[in-house]
Design a protein around this ligand. Structure first.
Ligand code: SF4
Length: 419
């Protein structure tokens, strides 16, 4: 067992026959990301398990005060290890790390402690991070890999945006979900092929996806639109937020979510902000500027493919979103989701959503400041918007949460004149 200062390493020899388990967050995006990683010779399995037993497993191995997203992903990974489906002698674990200042950067050490406590101390834990936090000889993020991962994110954002605009209105139940799922499978295979990736083909795929969703038969009912913002994991993950999107649909609303690309753009843009505000890491800022321009161009192309081929509403344009919080919160506020959280509330409010749910792990200080703490200034600018902040933790009563959402929906419906 290769080790470096007590850390079990994922070696080159492990690459060909080890299964790497990873927790899910955004089901469509992560299915494609799995395809990309596997095309580079890994055997990654993104876990799609759910249920209360996962939270219970997390509670068994980490303190109940631990950040809720960490508790869930650790519970999901340990549940898989204990399921008997994977050989512990041939399994590794993969976890994303932001490398930022909050406890999210300590998820890996928390996971290692939990894994050792459960008796699997020999299992390598690999942090997936752009901050180069730890080197494992058998796992490396390369430029071609990251390039393909970017397209998985763009495709995922497109599928999620269109699915959410069709599902609440579909006449044939399940059609939008099935279409999004079949496209995700197909794109995962395409992104996983060895041949060179063609941007022309990617743009053709955007067009075909938009056209396929346009063909879904929908009612012309008027429903209220509810934006979901907050900490990245509880905002996106169905286990983290008790299937919030489906709950909103079942209550006669249309959920609206920001894209994952916005979070990537926020991280890159912060590299530029650091140099401008504090005069630090100028070389990094130079590369961030190049990358930022590249990503913005990709987002623009994606938005155009929606507006030119359909009546669907596209995702927000980050160049506009990032200036919205001016005068409310400074760009130096970048712990957790930081100013992006406030910017997304303002973006939704200016796009005419009828209400916003701000999702937070209980006790998550940075996101409470940028989320709950910014509700007043956002409402001052948009007096008609109803915002409700929801805390998530293992002890939260689901009924209480649902009742608060129902209250907000009924207020939003009466203001919008919908039934
Ligand atoms: S900022 Fe919030 S989500 Fe991130 S580690 Fe801290 S408590 Fe968890």
């Amino acid at each position: 067992m290769a080790e470096n200062r007590g850390t079990v390493l994922f070696t080159k020899n492990m690459k060909k026959d080890y299964t790497i388990l990873a927790p899910s967050m955004l089901p469509l995006h992560f299915r494609m990301l799995e395809g990309v990683l596997n095309s580079f010779g890994y055997r990654v399995r993104v876990l799609e398990t759910s249920g209360k037993h996962i939270i219970d497993k997390g509670l068994k191995y980490v303190h109940n005060d631990t950040c809720y997203p960490a508790l869930i992903v650790i519970g999901q990974l340990l549940d898989a290890l204990e399921s008997g489906k994977y050989d512990p002698g041939k399994t590794a674990l993969l976890l994303t790390q932001t490398g930022g200042g909050c406890r999210a950067s300590n998820y890996v050490s928390l996971l290692r402690k939990a894994v050792a406590k459960a008796g699997y101390g020999q299992i390598p834990v690999i942090p997936l991070s752009f901050a180069n936090l730890e080197r494992h000889p058998g796992f490396k993020l390369t430029v071609p890999m990251v390039h393909r991962m970017l397209y998985a994110v763009l495709y995922g954002d497109l599928l999620m945006t269109l699915k959410n605009q069709c599902k609440p209105y579909e006449i044939n139940r399940g059609e939008s979900e099935a279409l999004a799922s079949s496209w995700a499978e197909r794109l995962s295979r395409e992104l996983g092929r060895k041949n060179r990736i063609s941007y022309r083909k990617i743009r053709e795929n955007y067009k075909s996806i938009v056209k396929d969703f346009s063909k879904i038969s929908r009612t012309d009912e008027r429903k209220i639109r509810i934006g979901i913002v907050g900490e990245i994991y509880v905002k996106f993950s169905p286990i983290g937020n008790n299937n919030l999107e489906d709950f909103l649909i079942s209550e006669g609303a249309e959920p609206v979510l920001p894209g994952l690309l916005d979070f990537c753009l926020y991280c890159v843009y912060n590299g530029i902000v650091d140099a401008e505000l504090y005069g630090i890491r100028r070389l990094k800022a130079f590369f961030c500027k190049i990358l930022y321009r590249f990503l913005i161009k990709k987002q623009k192309d994606l938005i155009c493919s929606i507006t030119e081929n359909s009546n669907f509403r596209p995702m927000g344009y980050f160049e506009v979103t990032r200036i919205l919080p001016e005068g409310i919160i400074g760009l130096g506020t970048k712990m957790g989701e930081g100013w992006l959280l406030t910017a997304e509330m303002l973006e939704f409010a200016s796009q005419g959503v009828h209400g916003i749910i701000c999702t937070q792990p209980f006790g998550c200080l940075p996101n409470h400041i940028a989320g709950k703490g910014m509700m007043n200034p956002v409402q001052k600018r948009h007096p008609d918007i109803n915002i409700v902040a929801l805390d998530y933790d293992p002890g939260t009563s689901r009924i209480n949460q649902e009742n608060r959402i129902k209250l907000m929906l009924s207020d939003a419906k009466s203001r919008a004149g919908c039934n």
